[in-house]
Write a protein that binds this ligand. Structure first.
Ligand code: ADP
Length: 480
């Protein structure tokens, strides 16, 4: 059935089963995006509590009497458009909290929990699953799957090729050195050339040195990762593999993110924007806002330093005084949550804040907002700026990572060339963001120009077709 080949994708989260961040969107979207290209991709993931029940009919395709301290089996089944291989190992995954932590504390045995995922994946790749399915490619995502290419490299040789994708270099899979044997790693691998990282084990580094190819989720982030400001200690390791490093942007699921068919809002299109104005009125009401003359900006984000939320807090007063208003949906750092709540108290009717996670509300915000603010200090790819493009909610973004690769900032040249789709700023500091918000207010005041930009942004290509073709080309190059 697979004309091109079979790929085992290994990830710690994937939609539609479980999501804490963008990784889940990507891992869940890739199989469907690659299918038209002739690829048969399955996703291996832990069977967190409740997930097996969501698979419907499931079939056991692998088992081990002792996988890092208890029995384990892999169950194959479908969810949405994805064929999952769920690793059922209750001693590792039957926990009350989230996939990685409970009550803000990481599980102490996370190294074993995700080494087990990597081990089972490497075994299925090496020997095939019980239903006869054997991949040509193992595609590992982030530190949780970083040991899968290492197990394939350090064990008996196979023809299986490996790809590691970095979704965020900030998470490196650090384990104490005494865990080497527990994690079934050979003693000789504890060296600076292999998996040792400042005296510890790094499962991300293990993947970086052993995978046949490395990808990250935007061309700009690929370049940034080789610099000390962004590489977070791994810049040298990545630079040494520059020839095998590829930046491939994430796509947006256009079935879910389309203003023409979004069930959460009144539909509109680039040709007919009238209903966007209605959605704006509804959004303002929902947040208790009475917008001034200026733009209604939105933020849908984890509230963390990475996302530059502190910068926004610092420069908000000028934006509000110039007539802007702001609706925020997010959660994260309690200090930033509190700062946002204070802003809402200080400017009632102009700043509205919802602390929490709410998918449907996020859709209504993109449908009704004028601009989406993404002032991230680093952003491997970023999804919300692409939702903003789709919905004509113009992105105001830091010129970093994937933000830099997806938004064409308004400059005299890009405006006269009819190319601008948003606003970009650099350096990523309070002054930079303040300037970008002034520019936003100015551009919004020129309604003809603004509407042109909105229409153009809505036509930008942000789907999976192009990224899927690039992954397919990479797999093909590894198989020849
Ligand atoms: P990251 O993975 O670093 O958090 P991304 O932009 O790649 O950032 O992906 C974040 C995803 O999570 C997007 O789909 C975004 O819409 C969603 N999201 C973030 N915070 C919230 C929230 N509070 N409510 C609903 N969706 C959210």
């Amino acid at each position: 059935m697979a004309a091109e080949g079979r790929v085992l994708s290994v990830a710690s989260e994937a939609v539609p089963l479980i999501k804490t961040g963008g990784l889940a969107d990507v891992a869940g979207a890739l199989p469907e995006a690659l299918a038209p290209e002739g690829w048969d991709m399955r996703v291996m993931m832990p069977a967190y509590p409740g997930l097996l029940a969501k698979l419907g009919l499931a079939e056991e395709v692998w088992a081990a009497p002792d996988l890092f301290g208890g029995p384990a089996r892999v169950m194959k089944g479908r969810a949405g458009e994805v064929t999952f291989l769920l690793l059922d190992a209750p001693h590792l995954y039957d926990r009350r909290g989230g996939p990685y932590s409970e009550g803000g504390h990481d599980y102490a045995d996370n190294p074993e929990r995700f080494a087990a995922l990597s081990w089972a994946a490497a075994e299925v790749a090496r020997n095939g699953a019980a239903d006869g399915w054997k991949p040509e490619i193992l595609h590992a995502h982030d530190w949780q799957a970083g040991l899968a290419p290492a197990y394939l490299r350090y064990g008996p040789q196979t023809g299986v090729k490996t790809v590691l994708t970095i979704h965020n270099i900030a998470f490196q899979g650090i384990a104490a050195p005494y865990k080497l044997g527990v994690l079934r790693l050979p003693g000789w691998a504890f060296s600076a050339e292999q998996i040792e990282y400042y005296g510890n084990i790094s499962t991300l580094k293990a993947g970086l040195v052993t995978a046949d190819a490395i990808t990250t989720v935007s061309p700009t982030y690929a370049e940034e990762l080789m610099r000390p400001e962004f590489g977070m200690g791994l810049q040298g390791v990545i630079a040494a593999r520059a020839r095998d490093l590829h930046g491939i942007l994430n796509g947006v699921d256009e079935g879910v993110w389309s203003p023409e068919s979004d069930p959460n809002a009144t539909p509109y299109s680039s040709k007919d924007l009238k209903a966007k104005a209605e959605n704006r009125v509804a959004l303002a009401a929902e947040f208790g806002l009475t917008p001034g003359e200026g733009p209604l900006a939105i933020v849908v984000s984890r509230l963390t330093d990475q996302k530059g939320i502190d910068l926004l807090v610092a420069v908000l007063s000028d934006f509000i005084e110039a007539g802007g208003s702001l609706a925020v949906l997010g959660s994260g750092d309690p200090v930033l949550e509190a700062a946002m709540r204070r802003a809402a108290d200080r400017w009632p009717g102009r700043v509205g804040v919802r602390i929490g996670y709410d998918e449907a509300l996020s859709h209504r915000m993109f449908a009704g907002g004028d601009a989406v603010l993404v002032p991230s200090r680093f952003e491997p790819c970023g999804l919300t700026q692409m939702y903003g493009l789709r919905y004509g909610t113009l992105p105001v973004v830091a010129a970093t990572g994937g933000l830099n690769d997806t938004v064409i900032g308004a400059t005299p040249a890009s405006l006269s060339g009819k190319a601008a789709t948003g606003i970009t700023f650099h350096p990523v500091d309070a002054g930079g963001l303040a300037g970008a918000l002034r520019r936003l207010t100015e551009l919004y005041a020129d309604r003809a120009l603004w509407t042109q930009m909105v229409r153009r942004a809505m036509k930008a290509e942000v789907g999976w077709a192009e990224p899927a073709a690039r992954y397919a080309a990479l797999y093909r190059s590894l198989m020849t």
